[in-house]
Ligand binder design. Structure first.
Ligand SMILES: NC(=O)c1ccc[n+]([C@@H]2O[C@H](COP(=O)([O-])OP(=O)(O)OC[C@H]3O[C@@H](n4cnc5c(N)ncnc54)[C@H](O)[C@@H]3O)[C@@H](O)[C@H]2O)c1
Length: 314
């Protein structure tokens, strides 16, 4: 397949590019506002092309009429969109609409896998969120994601594209540096201590629950969406709550202790951040993933396994 990845210099873009470029059957265009690297050590680097460009201004030049599928990963994360409202709106909404329009005119019907988020939900929420709960975001980021989900639904209903909006759980354990996401500490509290560094946990509540998915499981679910029959969800309801597991801060500390050693716990500092707490507390902590599981999406076996996978990847 000929596949475009936007936001390809970012974490998930690089993760997926690595997988696609280890399979000889794909050609991949990596695009980002920063020059996207071709992941090191892939089996078929010759199947990748890279394009540095801003989707706000150059979407038409980036898309290609031979595309079979597009993973839309570009974006400004949750605390970034909260700090800079205009930047969040322009990248998360305007650039996405530009991309969808460019695709609609250049390669009509193309499969578009849009990266949405559990942040589309806000309080009040039931203990377990089902697909029928109405999203009421409490962040600019969540509001921008729900606008784009609506665009994906509408462009699909009009048969301009074949869209799917995947509402990702928080991805953990994420490699690399801390990010502007309010959820950044949910990877940092494993990653930084394993690297001998301190991590500040911005919420002083070890029973605080999060809905998480490992990078490995996310990649499985992203690849599955490439093959999902177009009619597996209704034409005007393209959003899918991707499976996750519910993990408390204490569960994460226990996994760190078990896999990294007790001494690593000393590198965790709990210090409430009033800017982050309302965003964190607005997110759901548990979902009913019956629909996604029936479509073939997977969930992690345990958070401990995700930590082990991360440690082995170092
Ligand atoms: N990582 C998670 O836990 C998580 C959870 C839910 C949803 N998501 C969504 O998945 C997607 C990918 O996440 P990620 O963790 O890889 O993010 P990331 O921040 O690592 O990557 C996003 C990329 O978008 C690029 N970008 C920003 N503005 C751009 C523009 N105008 N034109 C082109 N590219 C631009 C950035 O340079 C960056 O490389 C995002 O849309 C995010 O909202 C991620």
């Amino acid at each position: 397949m000929h596949i475009l990845i936007t936001g390809a210099a970012g974490f998930i873009g690089q993760l997926l590019a690595r997988e696609l470029l280890n399979d000889p059957s794909h050609r991949v265009i990596l695009t980002d506002i920063h020059q996207p690297p071709i992941p090191e050590g892939v089996k078929y680097p010759q199947n990748a092309t890279t394009v540095k460009g801003d989707l706000l201004t150059a979407a038409n030049e980036i898309v290609d009429k031979s595309l079979d599928a597009v993973y839309a990963f570009h974006g400004i994360m949750s605390s970034g969109s909260e700090i800079n409202f205009d930047l969040g709106m322009s990248v998360n909404i305007d650039a996405t609409r530009n991309l969808l329009d460019a695709l609609r005119h250049t390669c009509p019907g193309v499969r578009v896998i849009y990266s949405s988020s559990q942040a589309v939900y806000g309080q009040p929420l039931p203990e377990v969120v089902t697909d029928s709960v109405i999203p009421t975001p409490e962040s600019s980021y969540g509001a921008e994601k729900i606008v784009c989900e609506t665009l994906v639904n509408e462009y699909t209903r009009r048969k301009f594209i074949t869209g799917f909006s995947l509402r990702f759980p928080t991805i953990s354990v994420r490699a690399g540096a801390p990010t502007a996401a309010a959820s950044s500490f949910l990877s940092g509290l494993i990653r930084e201590p394993l690297n001998g560094q301190e991590c500040i946990i911005p919420i002083e509540d070890r029973s605080f629950k999060s809905w998480l998915c490992s990078p490995k499981t996310l990649v499985h679910n992203l690849l599955l969406t490439l093959q999902l029959p177009a009619d597996s969800v209704p034409l005007h309801i393209r959003q899918i709550n991707v499976p996750g597991i519910c993990v408390t801060v204490q569960d994460m500390m226990d996994a760190l202790e078990k896999i990294g050693g007790k001494d690593k716990l000393a590198l965790l500092k709990e210090k409430e951040d009033p800017a982050f707490v309302p965003i964190l507390r607005s997110w759901p902590t548990q979902f009913d993933n019956t629909q996604a599981i029936s479509l073939g999406y997977k969930r992690d076996e345990s958070f401990e396994q995700a930590v082990l996978d991360y440690k082995e990847s170092l």
